[in-house]
Design a protein around this ligand. Structure first.
Ligand code: NAD
Length: 352
């Protein structure tokens, strides 16, 4: 059961009775089992209930976790006094309703990416959580990978210098989604990384794409313009013969290649670049091409979801605001909406 601690301003901090946050997980399809496994292994959390509409999914959950209550009706779990926080691991069009019901019942919410289907829904959930002093964390898993943490460090300590561009290729064959296009499926990963690494608000977005098979775009190219000449490009595709997860980040001082499919050298930093030596009129630009060493920094290999959920539990128990809170989820949804609008108009610029 939860208790409430008075704060000096007469508002209240919701406290769990023990130092263990009790979770109900809604959705036990592809990603849900990873959330349940991680929450079950952490010291600060336990899973007390799992809900899924599918009987087959519930059967799998009951077999894997005989001590966990399973239910086909998510309302049972959301209303349960034995539950402090709800993890929403269902398709995006269900996130808003489930998260809203959870907040209204006084539960903290961990919700999958993308946060909601539109900005109005995201704003409503953020306000509701604020009114009730509850936490929202949006599952921007990549922020907790060793690779993104290392890239953040290389940007923060000035190793890469001023950032010029972020260019990501995230393609594979399938998995076709029935309710969303490839942008809403794959681009939230890059958009959350960009939001985290490029500490500027985007100015405008252009997106093009095409539908070939099921009425949803299965290939798309997104370009995002930031202040200070920073540009980001994301190529997402469900119709690629090979899986590629490669991102180039160009900086004024160094450039890096992040190949997430590499086991050992995920990040390679190149001491390559171009130095402008003089500029005597438009046609006599003199440049030196710098081609120095390449090195591969160590990258932490602990599962990102483990770190992320441990951090969420810490945020709940110690009243901290997560970096991937509701407003972070909203910023990603705004970019997704702008990309969708541009896509409908064959790539015309949409200003944010
Ligand atoms: N963070 C990541 O890296 C990552 C990876 C994969 C998926 N996801 C996200 O996780 C979410 C789920 O994706 P998935 O691939 O597991 O989908 P999935 O279709 O495999 O599983 C979703 C499950 O939710 C259940 N469900 C749907 N509505 C429900 C409801 N109202 N009550 C109870 N159960 C309900 C379905 O029966 C299904 O078993 C999506 O938002 C997706 O974007 C995130």
């Amino acid at each position: 059961m939860a208790t409430y601690l008075a704060k000096p301003d007469n508002s209240f901090i919701r406290q769990t009775k023990s130092d263990v946050v009790r979770f109900g997980v809604i959705g036990y399809g592809y990603w849900g089992p990873n959330v349940v496994r991680n929450l079950g292994q952490l010291d600060g959390s336990k899973v007390v209930a799992v809900s899924d509409k599918s009987a087959a999914a519930l059967k799998r959950a009951a077999k894997a976790y005989p001590n966990v209550t399973v239910s086909a009706d998510s309302a049972d779990i959301i209303a349960s006094p034995e539950v402090d926080a709800i993890a929403v691991v269902t398709p995006v069009w269900t996130h808003y309703e489930l998260a809203k019901e959870a907040l209204e019942n006084g539960k903290h919410v961990f919700v999958e990416k993308p946060f909601t289907s539109n900005t109005a829904q995201a704003e409503e959930l953020i306000n509701l959580a604020a009114q009730k002093n509850l936490k929202i964390m949006v599952d921007h898993t990549f922020l907790f990978t060793g690779a993104v943490k290392k890239i953040g460090q290389l940007l923060d300590d000035g190793t890469l210098g001023k950032i010029y561009y972020y260019d990501s290729t995230r393609v594979n064959l399938g998995l076709f989604q029935h309710d969303i296009n490839v942008i809403w499926d794959l681009a939230p990963h890059d958009l959350s990384i960009i939001d985290h690494l490029i500490k500027e608000a985007p100015e405008a977005i252009s997106a093009t794409g095409q539908t070939h098979l099921n009425g949803h775009e299965d290939i798309a190219f997104i370009t995002i313009y930031f202040p200070n000449k920073i540009i980001a490009h994301i190529n997402v595709n469900w119709l690629s013969p090979v899986k590629i997860r490669t991102t180039l980040i160009g900086g004024e001082k160094k450039m890096l290649v992040w190949n997430d499919l590499e086991a050992d050298e995920k990040i390679r930093v190149y001491d390559k670049g171009v130095d402008v030596t003089s500029q005597q009129g438009l046609y006599t630009l003199l440049v030196n091409y710098r081609s120095g060493d390449m090195w591969s920094p160590q990258v932490n290999r602990i599962e990102a979801l483990t770190q992320e959920l441990a951090y969420f539990v810490d945020c709940i128990l110690h009243d901290k605001t997560p970096i991937n809170d509701g407003p972070a989820g909203l910023r990603v949804v705004k970019m997704l909406e702008a990309a969708t609008e541009s896509l409908r108009n064959r790539g015309s610029l949409v200003y944010l």
